[in-house]
Design a protein around this ligand. Structure first.
Ligand SMILES: C[S@@+](CC[C@H](N)C(=O)[O-])C[C@H]1O[C@@H](n2cnc3c(N)ncnc32)[C@H](O)[C@@H]1O
Length: 265
């Protein structure tokens, strides 16, 4: 598959889940969005826009606009439906906008232009996250700050996504995560100094495991949705049963940790 075809397929997958993503995951992911935005608030930013790669429906925007009034804030996403949600969210702020653009390989026009790059839960969806993060560092102007949060691979069956990953792995579907090891080096090699590289954990609540499974397979275009498209409904029904068998009954309350990297150019 040529690069542009691959990109179009991915964009369409995110288009399909955008409404449900906004409804189910945006409220649940909010604490991490707050933590990532706060990570650029304790420094004097240089002039220039704040770029938000993989903005989705742009939940970062109200927090950023509150923190940096009048600043140009640009959300970037590969999915036109996500971007139309983002544009709706941007209406109250004339200096904010959202654009359809690939954040995996940044347009060189962004080089050395941005005061900050803030990205939440997009990096691990990209084909080469370490290369993408290097591009994001290169987009910073001197004195600019990078704050990136992503879900690390969890081989922990008490974590819902960890459990799903283990079930996917059992079907010999390999999740390539070696890039997590080289991420900090990639940020440094691109010319930034790491200020924080740590896990940030918060609680998440779901009505029950069935509701969460449904959201994981229809409200995000991650590993489960890719598995569903590759292996079909019967296969997924088997996985769903396995998931429910291993999950707690009733309301599911769990802590989940993201990795947050903060660096200065
Ligand atoms: C889990 S959502 C995160 C959205 C938002 N930042 C949030 O915290 O809710 C991941 C987003 O990454 C976008 N995405 C995936 N691959 C991308 C790419 N190559 N370039 C730009 N955006 C991409 C998807 O369309 C999706 O909106």
């Amino acid at each position: 598959m040529a690069d542009h075809e691959y990109t179009a397929v991915l964009a369409q997958r995110w288009d399909e889940v955008a409404d449900r993503y906004e409804e189910y995951f945006v409220p649940r992911f909010r604490p991490w969005v707050v933590a990532t935005v706060e990570a650029i608030a304790d420094t004097e930013l240089p002039s220039g826009p704040i770029l938000v790669p993989c903005c989705g429906t742009f939940p970062e925007l109200p927090l950023l606009a509150g923190q940096f009034p009048g600043r140009e804030i640009v959300g970037m996403d590969i999915s036109p439906v996500m971007v139309s949600h983002a544009e709706q969210r941007a209406v109250p702020w004339p200096t904010a906008r959202a654009i359809v653009q690939d954040a995996a390989v940044l347009d060189p026009a962004w080089s050395a232009t941005c005061a900050a790059v803030v990205s939440v839960f997009g990096l691990h969806h990209l084909p080469a996250p370490d290369e993408a993060v290097s591009d994001w560092v290169r987009a910073l102007t001197p004195g600019g700050r990078l704050a990136v949060a992503f879900w690390p691979y969890e081989a922990d069956a008490t974590d819902p996504w960890g459990l799903a990953d283990l079930l996917v792995a059992r079907q010999a579907v390999v999740t390539e995560r070696s890039w997590e090891e080289s991420l900090a080096a990639a940020v440094t090699a691109a010319g930034a100094t790491i200020r924080r590289d740590e896990f940030v954990a918060f609680e998440m609540v779901h009505a029950d495991a069935a509701a969460l499974w449904e959201a994981m397979s229809t409200a995000a275009a991650g590993a489960l949705r890719a598995t569903a498209l590759r292996h079909g409904p019967e296969f997924m029904e088997q996985m769903r049963k396995e998931f429910l068998r291993h999950a707690p009954t009733g309301e599911w309350r769990h802590r989940r940790r993201a990795r947050l990297i903060v660096a200065d150019k």
